[in-house]
Design a protein around this ligand. Structure first.
Ligand code: CDP
Length: 589
């Protein structure tokens, strides 16, 4: 590995970065003492990922310079790889991916194999998604014993309990996604599984909606519940009633979510390797069974060029497109190298990953960039900007993957992939783009998360182990300063409210631009998700926030719009419907 250059600059840490790095990311010895500095961390990651370059003879990059470039894009907070890469690159563990999907077969051996594999993945810092749709329904016969089957929901509990006992990478508890197809006979039990608060708390649950189901909803028809395995139709249910039940549950608690399974499979780049049955825990990464993916996110707020806020097209010169292109190309190379550097807990996973070489480059800091450019999130201009940026990232990302294919060869399964069939490519990666939630990465980079609007302009954030961080959005603070509006009374009022929409004494253009998640009508949330989805190979992590007063009809409309607009799933959250919230405004605390 290249030696750390003597003059390597120290990273300039953002206010909360140090706390988070110390808690979770800096290496510790057996006594729990921290044994590396933030500079050591980023050099460990940069150098161990750059060194992978050396095995490719045709490489256009030289390792020491590349290590320096990787170090620079990370420590300028322009790009960060997902948490397991930051934690484990260059260490003995060497498991660098955040996202996994495991199959759950319909036998005791296969179910408990999946529990074991999930435990191994959680231990290494990854999150797991499962489909339980292959399990025979509750109360059906078990051939070998003459007994009756427990059904998917019962087995789900075992996965949940196992997760409870294992801390991811020794730092956080594992995250899971559990999916059941809407035509599984146990679907009603699954829909109600999280009714009791705290049940299945280590799982996000989503119902896998099929095209046949959605058409039955549209036509107000019944649809078949089919026993997996023997294909027997066990029951018929009125599709609209199930759809309405999903809507009611989402209204009550936010659970379960929905994913459009057939649509996900329509975009499956390697259908010859089987169907995609599940996504990773937060829903942004559909994967084949035994597949993993590593993610990385570009912080858009770093690419703002000041002084163009009043231009007719503030993005044309207000974004440093050349620099964005450079970072996209470096990011794709970085993530492709991560695949080679990664050591997976199972050979089956290594094989699937190396066949398809999926990566997920995305963005964060989008809401910050809108603030910087003076563009409202809930406006056509905001949507157009999201679409334009992601189209650029996608196009340049694919170009970068094509360059890597020239240097290193296409992904091994390319010849039988949909790219070859459509005469596209060749590419090095079966997928290139994903919009991750960037829950922790955005704290490290000091920016807004993913493509979400800000939750509040000022807020306290509950982080690990009950610690709290107070945050004021820096772009909001700067705008107040510029307008000579900054006062302590105002700050107190904003901390209490989170939003400035009721503050008539602030200028209208300021109130239009500095909107928060709750200020934004749900339909704009959905439109923004759809705009990013149109230019993302995988999926988009996004929550459609609703006011507490929102109705079931509001949710029904959002679900339907998500279907019509081509989203791969949708997550809604009605304010105050759960007792624990990760983010909270000052009110009521
Ligand atoms: O910001 P960070 O890289 O930590 O993660 P994220 O972007 O919020 O989440 C990306 C993915 O990491 C999730 O969809 C999960 O697959 C995984 N993850 C996890 O396994 N456990 C967590 N506690 C958080 C994320």
């Amino acid at each position: 590995m290249p030696e750390m250059p003597k003059n390597l600059p120290q990273p300039q840490l953002k206010p909360n970065t140090e706390v988070v790095l110390q808690k979770r990311y800096l290496r510790k010895n057996l006594d729990g003492q921290i044994v590396e500095t933030p500079r050591d961390l980023f050099w460990r990651v940069a150098s161990s990922i750059a060194v992978e370059e050396e095995k490719y003879e045709g490489s256009s990059q030289k390792c020491p310079q590349l290590a320096r470039d990787f170090y620079d894009i990370m420590t300028s907070w322009k790009f960060l790889p997902n948490s397991p890469t930051l934690m484990n690159a260059g260490t003995d563990l060497g498991q660098l991916s955040a996202c996994f999907v495991l199959p759950v077969g319909d036998s005791i051996e296969e179910i408990f194999d999946a529990v074991k594999y999930a435990a191994m993945i959680h231990k290494s810092g990854g999150g797991t998604g499962f489909s339980f749709s292959r399990l025979r329904p509750k109360d059906s016969r078990v051939g070998s014993t003459g007994g009756v089957a427990s059904g998917p929901v019962s087995f789900l509990r075992i996965f949940n309990t196992a997760t409870e006992q294992i801390k991811q990478g020794g730092t956080r508890r594992g995250a899971n996604m559990g999916i059941l197809r809407v035509d599984h006979p146990d679907i009603l039990e699954f829909i109600g599984a999280k009714e009791k608060e705290g049940e299945f708390n280590n799982f996000n649950l989503s119902v896998g909606l099929t095209e046949a189901f959605m058409q039955a909803v549209e036509k107000d028809e019944h649809y078949d519940l089919v026993s997996p395995g023997n294909g027997e139709v066990m029951k018929r249910l009125p599709a609209r009633e199930i759809f309405d039940l999903l809507v009611r549950k989402a209204w009550l608690s936010g659970d379960p979510g929905i994913v459009f399974l057939d649509r996900i499979n329509r975009d499956n780049p390697t259908p010859d390797q089987g169907d995609i049955e599940s996504t990773n825990p937060c829903g942004e990464q559909p994967l084949l069974p035994f597949e993993a993916c590593n993610l990385g996110s570009i912080n858009l707020s770093c690419f703002h060029v000041p002084g163009h806020e009043n231009d007719a097209d503030p993005a044309a010169k207000g974004i440093d497109w050349d620099e964005l292109r450079r970072v996209v190309h470096l990011g794709v190379r970085f993530l492709d190298n991560v695949i080679d550097a990664s050591r997976f807990p199972l050979d089956r996973i290594s094989e699937t990953v190396r066949k398809n070489r999926k990566i997920g480059l995305g963005v964060m800091g989008f809401a910050d960039l809108l603030f910087q450019l003076g563009v409202a999130y809930d406006s056509q201009q905001g949507i157009d900007l999201g679409e334009r940026i992601m189209a650029f990232v996608q196009e340049e990302g694919h170009k970068a993957s094509a360059v890597l294919a020239q240097e290193r060869g296409p992904f091994p399964a390319y010849e039988t992939s949909m790219y070859a069939r459509r005469k596209l490519g060749p590419y090095r990666n079966a997928t290139v783009t994903t919009i991750a939630p960037t829950g922790t990465l955005s704290i490290i980079a000091g920016c807004s998360s993913g493509v979400e609007p800000l939750f509040a302009l000022c807020f306290t954030r509950n982080i690990l182990d009950g610690e709290r961080l107070v945050e004021v959005n820096p772009h909001f603070a700067a705008a107040l300063e510029d307008g000579g509006l900054f006062s302590h009374e105002l700050m107190d009022a904003v901390v209490a409210k989170g939003s400035i929409q009721d503050m008539d004494y602030l200028p209208a253009p300021m109130r239009k631009v500095f909107v928060t998640a709750m200020d934004i009508a749900p339909v704009w949330h959905l439109r923004m998700q759809a705009a990013f989805q149109r230019h993302t190979d995988n999926a988009v992590s996004k929550t459609v926030n609703l006011l507490n007063s929102a109705t079931e009809q509001d949710i029904r409309e959002i679900y339907w719009l998500a279907y019509q607009e081509g989203c791969k799933g949708v997550t809604v959250y009605r304010d105050g419907c759960k007792s624990i919230q990760v983010l909270a405004t000052g009110e009521g605390q």
